[in-house]
Design a protein around this ligand. Structure first.
Ligand code: GLN
Length: 491
């Protein structure tokens, strides 16, 4: 550690250069792809559009066994893109998050079994309708008490945040006297009902029907309500060429019969999921979970590197004699320690792009959030470490004729690092676990992969156990490794 410290400081100085070089490379890369684009016949030809969708809304969008996004919406948008000569990059964000992302221009369009409602027409432009839907109520399979809205009095009903189901529930909750509980995903809603926390769920009827055919443990008890139709949405007044291409493509698919084929593929006798044992679940989900674990580690590593630099810089600011530097460091720490990580993640991914008009990809937003947050804690660790070295040490070194900088580097910092190491290891474990919060902005890390898996197989408990075990194993191994390094270098 003693020798490592100046190296880190030198690395930190090289960072702006590295960033500059990468930016130049990115610019050239961008220019090269731009010039490689084919002469456009249609305004969408050759373009790539990022399309947001729900994490799981089977049979409209869900993950197949090998972790690919599939379903009616996915087949439709891909077939239309192919016909119209554009490419789509699908982002499964969750329903509410996808709408947020569209509003902040993080995505160009949304296809997510999204109902065309008058309220939404104020902020989005919709394609021609492609499916007629409607909200229905379901309860746990074994529930014989609740047979209609009348029995909901005093009970809780699960709905999806921002969905038509939520609007419908809100519109009748006064009359029937129940509480509405908005959740983010269909799978979580169903799990909530099966666990008995909510007595019923309001969701779109084709989705409930599909889930029931896949043994999700529910049954429907009411007729479906008159609902709206699904449409593909773009931000109001934006990407009109994409909307037009969607409509043309949809009309072609309808007249060629491909549209019906796609519907039939998912709606006609869907094959019931075969329940494999726990080990079957483990082997089936392993590839996707490993992919998630890789991203978890990547985000942790990048964030900790940046956080370490921030912590060292602001930590030294905090112990500096300059009141301005101390003020800057204190403000930084107060802001990032004084606001929840989740709020910061939403702000960097949805808020900032909406305010600035500059989109930010999910890894950048995630790393920015985690590093600024962890950086605030690291600042305090560094400050605490330096201040806990007896001031006599610095005085003695100075009186021997060593300069302030040399005394810090040779005498104070090496002792401080020794004191700081356990806290650093602690922060590293915290940041690794905090990456799981990035699932809410659609960063495909370990927790997100877990959610995707139980969203399609409805085995929430077992899947979460596997996910937790993976975190536990990795954290235990990495903590052991850090302790070994600590003992080796901090003797
Ligand atoms: N059709 C519903 C809506 O648009 C729900 C969509 C969804 O949950 N993906 O509000």
């Amino acid at each position: 550690m003693r020798r490592l410290f100046p190296v880190l400081v030198r690395r930190a100085r090289a960072l702006p250069w590295l960033v500059a070089v990468l930016a130049v490379l990115a610019l050239f890369g961008g220019a090269a792809t731009a010039s490689a684009e084919p002469a456009a016949q249609s305004p969408v030809a050759g373009k790539t559009y990022v399309i947001g969708t729900d994490t799981t809304f089977a049979p409209f969008e869900f993950q197949d066994g090998s972790g690919n996004q599939t379903g009616i919406d996915m087949d439709l948008i891909r077939a239309i893109a192919q016909k119209q000569g554009f490419t789509v990059e699908i982002k499964s964000l969750g329903f509410d998050a996808a709408l947020q992302a569209l509003q902040s221009n993080q995505v160009s369009g949304v296809i997510a079994g999204m109902s065309i409602t008058d309220e939404r027409r104020n902020i989005f432009d919709f394609s021609d309708p492609y499916f007629d839907s409607g909200v229905q109520m379901a309860v746990a399979k074994g529930n014989t008490d609740v047979t209609g809205y009348e029995q909901l009095r005093g009970k809780t009903v699960a709905v999806k945040r921002g969905s038509e189901g939520e609007t419908f529930a809100d519109s009748i909750k006064g009359k029937y006297g129940f509480t509405v509980k908005p959740l983010d995903q269909s799978a979580t809603m169903y799990a909530d009902v099966k666990a008995g926390n909510s007595v019923a769920v309001f969701d779109d009827y084709p989705v409930l029907a599909y889930g029931i055919s896949q043994n999700n443990g529910l049954k429907t008890v009411t007729d479906k309500e008159q609902g709206s139709s699904y449409g593909f949405a773009v931000n109001k007044g934006q990407n009109p060429e994409l909307l037009a291409a969607f409509n043309t493509g949809l009309a072609e698919l309808k007249s060629s019969g491909e549209y019906q084929q796609i519907l039939d593929k998912y709606l006609k006798d869907p094959t019931a999921a075969t329940q494999s044992g726990f080990f079957g679940l483990l082997t089936d989900s392993f590839p996707a979970l490993m992919k998630g674990l890789g991203l978890t580690l990547l985000a942790t590593l990048l964030s900790l590197l940046v956080a370490l630099v921030l912590g060292i810089v602001f930590g030294f600011f905090k112990v500096s004699e300059n009141v301005v530097l101390r003020g800057i460091a204190t403000t930084y720490v107060s802001i990032f320690r004084g606001t929840p990580l989740l709020v910061q993640a939403f702000f960097f991914y949805f808020g900032l792009p909406q305010m600035t008009g500059v989109p930010m990809d999910v890894l950048t937003a995630g790393v920015l959030t985690l590093s600024l947050n962890a950086g605030a804690y690291m600042t305090e660790i560094v400050r605490g470490g330096i201040q806990s070295v007896d001031p006599g040490q610095l005085e003695a070194s100075r009186s021997l004729g060593l300069s302030y900088v040399t005394s810090m580097r040779r005498v104070v910092v090496p002792q401080a690092v020794k004191i700081m190491t356990p806290s650093f290891i602690n922060q590293f474990v915290i940041t690794l676990k905090d990456t799981s919060l990035l699932a809410v902005i659609g960063f495909a890390e370990l927790t997100y992969q877990g959610q995707q898996i139980y969203a399609s197989n409805f085995r929430t408990g077992e899947t979460l156990l596997i996910v937790a075990a993976l975190y536990f194993i990795v954290i235990t191994l990495l903590t052991q490794l850090s302790n070994v390094l600590d003992r080796k270098f901090n003797k």
